[in-house]
Design a protein around this ligand. Structure first.
Ligand code: AMP
Length: 285
């Protein structure tokens, strides 16, 4: 059967009208545009799980600090819509900034612990911005399921906590990281990388695979695993390590000496001017 093109809805009132007239499970995939195969894997999962799939494209200004790349973020709505047209998506929700924020908008959702760790230490505006927008989107879309990438593991954990703490009856589905052939995790921001930097970036996944191999062979010393990862990463002269972290995946509190079960191993690096993150859960979730 031929896939149906999605309805494109730009206003909250039109979305609510559409929402009122349907019944069944609704899968929601929030994005900031710059659609790539990672986003599309979430879409495919939602379409296979749910009766309806809603994808939002909204470049969320709240999650960018003043010195970050809001104005250059790689996203082209026409390209995005073309990519999204072939997957049996029910609705692409594409509100303007004016539609989404009233002129006197003044609320913010702040989480008190998980969002202060890892990425939160480096980017303090990020998670309050994400949580505020996701709360608004959850309220508007009212999905039964929402699909998030393990590519952004801290975001995934904090969104799960949002649902617990604020009683959203939404099943959060964690989706595997989709990678380029050389192992680089797909990301809209990979557009910033030069061809050489893209090739160099393979070392990030190599360091993850090395850590996974060590763990599989029974090495749990964080010193040992971290040293091997650092050696691999630093074999690339253009790369700077921002952090390599070993933390509990429920509290995000750092393990100091020994890796325990249910942990998150995360990496942030700079390749040239571009900051890249990657990670894995041990064991996988
Ligand atoms: P973004 O547009 O960057 O906010 O991402 C929207 C969603 O896509 C988030 O849930 C991300 O975790 C997910 N995502 C981004 N890149 C990937 C990837 N390479 N593999 C799987 N999911 C991804």
């Amino acid at each position: 059967m031929k896939n149906k093109a999605p309805i494109i809805i730009n206003t909250i009132s039109n979305f609510l009208l559409w929402r009122k007239n349907i019944s069944g499970s609704i899968g929601f995939v929030p994005t900031m545009g710059g659609i790539h195969k990672g986003h599309l894997s979430l879409v495919k999962k939602s379409v296979s799980y749910c009766d309806f799939t809603v994808v939002s494209i909204f470049l969320n200004p709240l999650q960018f600090a003043k010195n970050e790349d809001l104005n250059t973020y790689p996203s082209n709505t026409n390209d995005d819509l073309k990519l999204l047209s072939n997957y049996n998506i029910s609705v692409v929700f594409l509100p303007s900034k004016q539609e989404f924020f009233s002129t006197n908008f003044s609320m913010k959702i702040v989480e008190g612990h998980l969002s202060k760790c890892l990425e939160g230490q480096k980017r303090p505006d990020f998670f309050p911005g994400v949580l505020t927008i996701i709360t608004k989107l959850f309220n508007i879309i009212s999905p039964s399921h929402a699909f998030f990438g393990k590519k952004d593991p801290q975001q995934l954990l904090i969104i799960k906590k949002l649902c617990e703490d604020f009683n959203y009856n939404i099943k959060i589905v964690a989706c595997p990281t989709v990678r380029e052939k050389n192992g680089l995790a797909m990301s809209s921001r990979n557009e910033y990388l030069t061809k050489d930097e893209k090739a160099d970036a393979s070392v990030i996944f190599e360091s993850i695979q090395e850590a996974q191999l060590l763990i599989k062979s029974g090495v749990f010393s964080i010193f040992k695993i971290k040293s091997e990862m650092e050696a691999l990463l630093l074999s690339c002269p253009n790369l700077k390590i921002d952090y390599i972290s070993f933390s509990s995946c429920s509290t995000l509190i750092e393990y100091k000496k020994t890796l325990k079960k249910n942990s998150l191993v995360s990496i942030a690096v700079f390749l040239g001017h571009t900051r890249l993150i990657d990670s894995f859960f041990y064991p996988d979730i």
